[in-house]
Design a protein. Structure first.
Length: 289
């Protein structure tokens, strides 16, 4: 299933359950944050920079093979006996809606798409090289568990070098009057202790028992963001929430059990509160108490 910035909460659901999901979020946020200078900085660390034709051809082959490896995740049918049951539980918790190819597509076509404010300020070669560096890093992080260490380092190394050299990786979040409220929510998530996480999980259980129409409310909020031109801002907020969720100590199992949906709903509700009906807004913000 493809991802999109409109449904960034769905992408977030996968990222909070992946071992290196935070690293994928960091790459996507860097793409959203990039100005022209950042795109040039990323292009400058492209491994083909300065290479001859043969070196560029070898790099293209290596990139293709890395993506083939990223798509070759282990299957349940390879597990037998008692171990099979344990693997089944783990994969049910971490089974993703999208895949590495979907992450690469959303990065190239949505994050760095025509609506990106800086891509028109650089030439096509710079944009393409910057996109390659970000895409390699996103794929490498997504598939970290199935890639050989050398391949993983080859994919993620250029982005890591750019980040270490001061590449901006946190976009400005501008939701007008709602910016402060959302910033407060994310700060609260990062500071959670065991009792705080338990309160969120209890709120998830209450919502499940009351059969709150969460999916319908999220759909209404996604549509509101789309028609109001807030899609990129909301996607930024959801990816920042991935960071906060993981920094706050939630586990992959918590994310699978509904904690991420609760957090994502609050983010979504705050971001478009001025455009939602009272019923939908109440559903989305209910877990916050």
């Amino acid at each position: 299933m493809p991802y999109s910035l409109v449904s960034a909460a769905t992408l977030g659901f996968d990222l909070v359950r992946l071992p290196a999901g935070r690293a994928v979020a960091d790459v996507l946020l860097a793409g959203l944050a990039a100005d022209a200078a950042a795109l040039e900085q990323l292009a400058a660390v492209h491994p083909a920079t300065g290479g001859d034709r043969a070196e560029r051809a070898a790099l293209a082959v290596r990139s293709r093979r890395a993506r083939e490896l990223a798509a070759a995740a282990p299957q349940l049918r390879t597990c037998v006996g008692a171990d099979r049951a344990a693997v089944l539980v783990a994969q049910l918790e971490r089974s993703t809606i999208g895949d590495a190819a979907a992450v690469e597509r959303v990065l190239r076509e949505d994050v760095l798409g025509p609506e990106h404010p800086a891509v028109a300020l650089v030439d096509d070669a710079t944009r393409a090289a910057a996109a390659d560096v970000l895409a390699d890093a996103a794929v490498g992080a997504w598939a970290a568990e199935v890639l050989p260490p050398l391949v993983h380092r080859q994919l993620t190394g250029p982005f890591t070098a750019a980040a270490g050299a001061g590449l901006p990786t946190t976009p400005e979040l501008d939701l007008g009057p709602a910016t402060g409220e959302l910033t407060e929510l994310l700060a609260g998530l990062r500071a959670l202790d065991a009792a705080g996480r338990a309160r969120w999980l209890a709120a998830v259980d209450r919502g499940r028992a009351e059969r709150r129409p969460w999916a319908a409310a999220m759909h209404e909020a996604c549509w509101a963001a789309h028609v109001s031109g807030r899609t990129r801002t909301l996607a930024t907020a959801q990816l920042l929430a991935v960071r906060a969720f993981l920094d706050g100590g939630f586990t992959a199992a918590d994310g699978a059990a509904g904690a991420w949906n609760a957090v994502a709903g609050c983010v979504q509700g705050i971001a478009v509160a001025d455009l939602l009906g009272a019923d939908a807004l109440a559903v989305l913000l209910a877990p916050r108490g």
